[in-house]
Design a protein around this ligand. Structure first.
Ligand code: HEM
Length: 499
């Protein structure tokens, strides 16, 4: 009797395991992964990835198709390079691809991805994003910050006047401008240890796109323990904590004495976070780490993207004297009659050509060339299966240069936007410098205002030339390997005051 029971139990277990195996074979054979280059054991396609990744992805996609799978050690990445597929995945199948990939950088520098950029898709992300939009990034708030922008552009112009006729590093000056503008708007003043903050921002943006070994072997504790980047990030986080804690402490002190921290006497973003933290009414209570994560998002998002756009615009204008002259003519016409010396406080100029110039810069040099997403539920796209947890990179850099959508795509020509309604608000899928869908950039209005204000003042106040011996056509146009696709080399120029 006992033998019979044992035999029956073993048979049941055998049939159960056999069926499970058969089902998994069946379901796997139904799944067809996107095509991709041949993979090596263990590392997969890692040896084929070169810097900057968006250029390398474009070249590989030209061979393997607009939906391409890459195996990067233990992880799988799907690269999307066509507007039709981007639309399908980011709009039609939304929110299946609204999640973000996990990684050591978001884990360490963004306090377990509790910011907005790296936060998993869900209610917490929605809550934090909404707070940022309401209290910092809405068009109303951006208008309010006009006086900060005016003040910071004055500072930029004055520092260039001081070096007039001499060679200056414009990249560095513009980075300082956009960082100060962002910090003053978000936390009521320039950060005390600004130099360290800027270093951390630049280092973080570089680490984000370099494929980190600990992210490629997520199951291995040994690899994680040996990761040098992880150690480097922990040291960086320590420095970041000091800066962000001191901002929060200052705000707490001022709140006790009833002072608003913003430059307008009201609450700034940090005050708002502290208030809602105290009120305790939020669906997801927030702690200091959550505030620090979002603050670092804003510093990073607001600084590098805007300064990179200003920098690339100036580089393109130096290479194209015709476009430079046309943009300067417009700016000088429009601003004529205003008290530019005192920066006109709240005046908002109406530029047409300058806007086209900025659009064209964002096409050729999108500061965020890859939209990183993660698949939240299995989907079949174009007949290929994309599985849960796979990383997805939408290569907008490649789409912005696709000859089937753009005439002479490598040419910098603002006029191409003159008679077409193509815009960057997320509906034209071949032009997505601010992304699209649920995760679209909430800082678009803020960023564009920062960029336009600086460019207008730079073009109005100075005539520009390159240092002796440097020819415009020799300017190196290659990008750095960081996430914001900044130019590899700083821009050195000579500024001569216009009046
Ligand atoms: C020229 C300026 C800027 C460009 C080109 C830009 C571009 C982008 C892009 C491409 C994304 C990803 C969108 C997606 O995945 O669909 C993004 C996300 C984001 N950006 Fe910007 N950005 C700029 C300025 C700013 C500024 C000034 C801020 C804040 C001060 C900001 C804050 C953010 C945040 C918080 C996200 C994450 C949104 C989310 O995941 O929900 N950005 N940005």
């Amino acid at each position: 009797m006992v033998e019979l029971i044992i035999t029956l139990t073993l048979s049941a277990i055998f049939f159960f395991l056999f069926n499970k195996w058969k089902n998994s074979i069946n379901s796997n054979s139904m799944k067809k992964p996107p095509p991709g280059p041949r993979k090596l054991p263990i590392i997969g396609n890692l040896h084929q990835i070169s810097n900057p990744p968006f250029r390398c992805f474009r070249d590989l996609s030209n061979q393997h198709g607009p939906l391409m799978q890459l195996k990067l050690c233990e992880t799988t990445a799907v690269v999307v390079s066509s507007p039709e597929l981007a639309k399908q995945m980011l709009k039609d199948l939304d929110p299946s691809f609204a999640d973000k990939p996990r990684g050591v950088l978001p884990d360490i520098m963004f306090y377990r991805s509790s910011d907005v950029v790296f936060s998993p898709y869900g209610d917490y992300w929605r809550q934090m994003r909404k707070l940022c939009i309401n209290d910092l990034l809405s068009p109303k708030m951006v208008r309010l910050f006009q006086s900060i922008r005016s003040d910071e552009t004055s500072r930029l112009i004055n520092s260039l006047r001081e070096s007039s006729g001499r060679i200056v590093n414009l990249t560095e000056k513009v980075l300082l401008y956009s960082n100060s503008t962002t910090c003053r708007a978000a936390c009521g003043g320039v950060v005390e240890d600004n130099e360290t903050l800027l270093k951390l921002i630049l280092e973080s943006t570089q680490i984000i796109t370099s494929f980190e070994i600990a992210d490629l072997f997520p199951s291995s504790r040994v690899v994680a323990a040996l990761s040098l980047t992880k150690r480097r990030l922990k040291a960086m986080r320590h420095k970041l904590d000091v800066i962000l804690d001191s901002i929060i402490d200052r705000h707490k002190r001022n709140r006790v004495s009833g002072l608003g921290n913003s430059e307008f006497g009201s609450e700034d973003l940090v005050d708002v976070f502290l208030r809602v933290q105290e009120e305790g009414q939020l669906e997801f209570p927030i702690h200091n780490d959550n505030i620090k994560a979002v603050l670092y998002d804003i510093f990073l998002g607001g600084t590098d993207t805007s300064s990179t756009t200003i920098d690339w615009t100036m580089v393109e204008l130096m290479r194209q004297p015709r476009v430079m002259a046309k943009a300067q003519d417009e700016v000088r016409q429009v601003m004529k009659g205003y008290n530019v010396e005192h920066n006109d406080g709240d005046v908002v100029y109406n530029f047409k050509y300058l806007k086209l110039v900025i659009k064209e810069t964002l096409r050729l040099h999108p500061p965020a060339p890859l939209l990183p997403r993660a698949c939240m539920d299995e989907q079949v796209v174009n007949g290929y299966t994309i599985s849960v947890g796979e990383m997805v990179f939408v290569n907008i850099w490649a789409m912005h240069r696709d000859p089937s959508y753009w005439n002479d795509p490598e040419k910098f020509s603002p006029e191409r936007f003159e008679n077409q309604s193509v815009d960057f608000v997320g509906g034209d899928y071949h032009f997505l410098p601010f992304g699209t869908g649920k995760r679209m950039c909430p800082g678009m209005t803020f960023g564009l205002a920062t960029v336009e204000s600086a460019l207008a003042q730079l073009l109005y106040n100075f005539d520009w030339k390159l240092p002796e011996g440097v020819a415009a056509q020799d300017l190196d146009m290659t990008e750095n390997s960081g996430i914001t696709a900044a130019r590899k080399h700083d821009l050195f120029v000579v500024a001569t005051p216009y009046k």
